[in-house]
Design a protein around this ligand. Structure first.
Ligand code: EPU
Length: 428
């Protein structure tokens, strides 16, 4: 087990290249199950979630080959093997195996997913969708059992705008009989990416990226090549870092339109941000204004960037308020930021941040993926050395973060945990 060591106070400069989108990757990989011949996905991020999904596809008999960042999956030998335990519990996105296996085999047994603890994360809308398509769904000893004699297209209205439910229902519906209409669908770029892959495989999908998606089922899907979109949350994290300690940072391989809400907020704070084609340039300023943020579904401000932005707001002059309307408990990073001298109070779903303060290095723990990103931002802003444990969360979603940051001039490295620290982790 390792921890991250960050020597703060060094300015960042230069160019960083963004990897493929984690939240697309974790849906694109299960989507390959639906094809009858090999599918290649190009530009995947080198993160543990991708490696776990590779293992899961192999467990159900798939042949998976990775070269650099490209993955080729031959799904022709897959069988509907039950996956009630094990790797499925390590990531939230294992729920996409439900939609994909149901779509291909008309049956699946998948353990309830793991992932970051951000408050209650039910999957009732996924299940409502599967049932509407004709599946019988039951929860037995922590695993979801799905079975259908036949899947039939249906009109499904999502009561909650959900990225996961929208994608999962698309996966189950592309090989169903007849037309499925998903109303009140989520509009995130990752949904368009998954729809693009499925369309390249022969699916008939219209309206991805709007709140009504129409799917006309087909009997079979075939292999294809697909290039994943850049990770807007990784890009946003580096943009925030550039705003915090950047003396001219270029974030390369970005779709700037995916980040309009973040860029607008940073400009409101006074940060210098310029965009062109597939790059964003960002430069820090000595004084930043406090701002209020409310996370919303896309194209609103993403909940996944709320945590790293909170670290930056400790530098702003005045009182900022960050309200998370998507998750009720995505504020564990604030306890750790307080150890670093931040002045933050959490009231219900809102964090109230008073600034400016000078952060100081401390021993802190990442409780989830984006909390980890928030602590990295804070560590690079702080005086002294910050030690971040809980690195396994960061490794789930940030490809080569240490190398990328050192490439920008940061002083950051990984160290093995001492025996005492390992014991503390176990007791925490
Ligand atoms: N919800 C329900 N019922 C459902 C599904 C969702 O009540 O059946 C609620 C959730 O509890 C939450 C809200 O609806 O309050 C939105 O959840 P959504 O389903 O959209 O989230 P998700 O699909 O589980 C994905 C990303 C998250 C990201 C959210 C919101 C993946 C694997 N995860 O989660 O990413 O925060 O969308 O944009 O795509 C991250 O990358 O750090 C991360 C947590």
């Amino acid at each position: 087990m390792e921890k991250l060591m960050i020597a703060g106070g060094y300015p960042l400069k230069g160019t960083v290249r963004v990897s493929g989108a984690k939240n697309s990757a974790v849906a694109l990989i299960p989507a390959t199950i639906l094809a009858d011949s090999p599918v290649t996905i190009e530009g995947l991020p080198d993160i543990s979630d991708v490696r776990i999904l590779k293992g899961l596809l192999e467990e159900i008999g798939g042949k998976v080959h990775i070269t650099e960042n490209d993955m080729t999956v031959d799904p022709s030998t897959m069988i509907s093997m039950p996956l009630p335990n094990g790797k499925v519990k390590k990531l939230r996105a294992s729920y996409y195996l439900m939609g994909a296996m149901l779509g291909r085999f008309k049956k699946a047994v998948i353990g309830l997913p793991g992932g970051c603890h951000l408050g209650p994360r039910p999957i009732d809308q996924h299940i409502k969708g599967f049932e509407a398509l004709g599946a019988k769904v039951s929860n037995e000893q922590g695993a979801i059992y799905l079975r259908a004699d036949e899947l039939k297209g249906a009109r499904i209205y999502l009561d909650v705008v959900s990225v996961g439910a929208t994608i999962n229902i698309m996966l189950a519906a592309v090989r169903a009989k007849g037309r499925t209409i998903i109303e009140n669908a989520a509009k995130e770029p990752e949904i368009i990416d998954v729809a693009t892959l499925l369309t390249n495989m022969g699916a008939k999908i219209k309206g991805a990226g709007t709140d009504i998606i129409r799917i006309d089922g087909v009997d079979t899907l075939h292999g294809c090549r697909h290039t994943i979109i850049p990770d807007r949350i990784e890009a946003g994290t580096y943009i925030i870092l550039g705003a915090a300690v950047g003396e001219g940072v270029i974030i390369d391989n970005v779709i700037p339109q995916h980040l309009e809400s973040l860029i607008a907020k940073l400009r409101e704070m006074g940060v210098i941000v310029e965009t062109k084609d597939d790059q964003v340039y960002v430069h820090s300023v000595p004084k930043m204004k406090a701002v209020d943020i409310k996370t919303l579904v896309y194209p609103g401000f993403p909940t996944d960037l709320q945590q790293p932005l909170t670290s930056l707001l400790t530098k702003s002059e005045g009182t900022s308020m960050v309200t998370d309307t998507i998750y009720s408990a995505r504020f564990k990073h604030t306890d750790e930021l307080r150890r670093m001298n931040a002045s933050i109070k959490v009231e219900g779903r809102t964090a109230v941040i008073h600034g400016p303060v000078k952060l100081t290095g401390a021993k802190v723990k990442a409780s989830d993926l984006r909390a980890g990103a928030a602590l990295v931002v804070a560590g690079l802003m702080a005086d002294g050395v910050t030690e971040v444990t809980g690195l396994e969360h960061i490794d789930r979603g940030y490809s080569h973060m240490v190398e990328k940051l050192n490439g920008l001039g940061a002083t950051i490295w990984r160290e093995s945990l001492t025996q005492e620290e390992i014991e503390q982790t176990k007791n925490a």
